[in-house]
Write a protein that binds this ligand. Structure first.
Ligand SMILES: Cc1ncc(COP(=O)(O)O)c(C=O)c1O
Length: 340
């Protein structure tokens, strides 16, 4: 089976496991895990922020800024299809107490024009708009750096914070050739996942000012995320940051090759230009995604889907030769298989 449901399916490599096995550890709740401390210093350095915090997941990396920057009855503007609105079990409302306002735009990107329409004026009877959340990449699409700079300037004007859900921040940086620090400078806080395209088994980093991260550490503890000898996980994160960033370009090339193979079929509808990183989205008109997923499975390809959209995600456990074989398989699939 070719595993293309998500880049979260990557497994730690032998070398990463060796790094984990030999990690020096201590009790991180006492600030005494040297490997965690090193990972946090590396993450702060890469993103150009004062401090960073190892958190259990991308969801926790998003929830803490929602909690601290938003808070009860504050509004947070995010894309209508964002992860925080759809895939984090409503934690924005249930735990952080914020009101997420989803803004729909065709390619998933927010800009000042659409944000302007949703910022609440300061008034006695209105909720305060406290934060803008940008997801970069979103659906595999990268924010243009100028759009991010404009959003940050707009947020400052309205005394709002910007949090970037950079689950795939490094994909965005590699694809746009813009340094991670420059991208992160457009947000007050940025989270990124070690456990997706970077190939670590667990964990995300939340980066921001020292003051913010000190508060975030407390909220992490409150959420049950104070871990002990977690240096064993941090070692995987350090290995991922040292070895698996530049190779993301390979995943992007493989995704483009698959998208091109799909665009050459009679049955797939795909926007080739929207395949900017490691995610390929397509549809088969009038066919439900479950049927398409099954047809692909019959051909040894595992893909994800939702509604009418099918998703294929490339990653470090899926090589260029795997890509060539998957492209060849796609070219053999006949339109009739979806209706049989
Ligand atoms: C864009 C985005 N943000 C956040 C997350 C949450 O990450 P986690 O599954 O580690 O909570 C994901 C996970 O797929 C994601 O795709």
């Amino acid at each position: 089976m070719y595993e293309l449901r998500s880049d979260t399916f990557t497994k730690p490599s032998e070398a990463m496991r060796v790094a984990m096995a030999h990690a020096e550890v201590g009790d991180d709740v006492y600030f005494e895990d040297p490997t965690i401390n090193r990972l946090e210093a590396i993450a702060a350095g890469i993103t150009g922020k004062e401090k960073a915090l190892f958190v259990t997941s991308g969801s926790m990396g998003n929830l803490i800024p929602l909690y601290l920057n938003g808070g009860r009855a504050a509004e947070v503007l995010a894309h209508a299809h964002s992860h925080i609105i759809h895939h984090e079990v409503g934690s924005a409302a249930a735990i952080a107490g914020v009101i997420p306002i989803g803004i729909d735009t065709p390619r998933g990107l927010l800009d000042v024009a659409c944000l302007k329409e949703h910022v609440k004026p300061i008034a006695y009877d209105l909720a305060r708009t406290a934060m803008i959340e940008v997801e970069n990449t979103i659906g595999g699409i990268c924010y243009p750096i100028d759009t991010l700079k404009e959003i940050k300037a707009f947020a400052e004007l309205h005394e709002m914070k910007v949090h970037m859900d950079g689950a795939r921040l490094f994909n965005a940086s590699v694809a746009t050739n813009v340094d991670v620090k420059t991208i992160a400078s457009c947000a007050d806080t940025v989270s990124f996942c070690l456990s997706k395209g970077l190939g670590a088994p667990v964990g995300s980093m939340l980066c921001g000012t020292e003051e913010f991260i000190d508060k975030a550490r407390k909220i992490r503890k409150m959420l049950g995320g104070g871990m002990r000898q977690s240096g064993i996980l941090a070692a995987a994160g350090i290995y991922a940051l040292e070895h698996n960033i530049q190779r993301l370009a390979e995943d992007h090339r493989n995704a483009k090759a698959i998208a091109t193979a799909l665009s050459g079929t009679t049955w797939a509808r795909i926007e080739l230009d929207d395949v900017e990183t490691n995610m390929v989205f397509f549809s088969v008109p009038d066919i439900h995604f479950e049927t398409v997923v099954q047809v692909f499975k019959n051909h040894q390809i595992l893909c994800g889907g939702d509604g009418s959209t099918i998703r294929l995600v490339t990653h470090l456990d899926f090589s260029q030769s795997d890509t060539e074989r998957v492209c060849a398989i796609i070219r053999t699939i006949k339109a009739q298989e979806f209706v049989a």
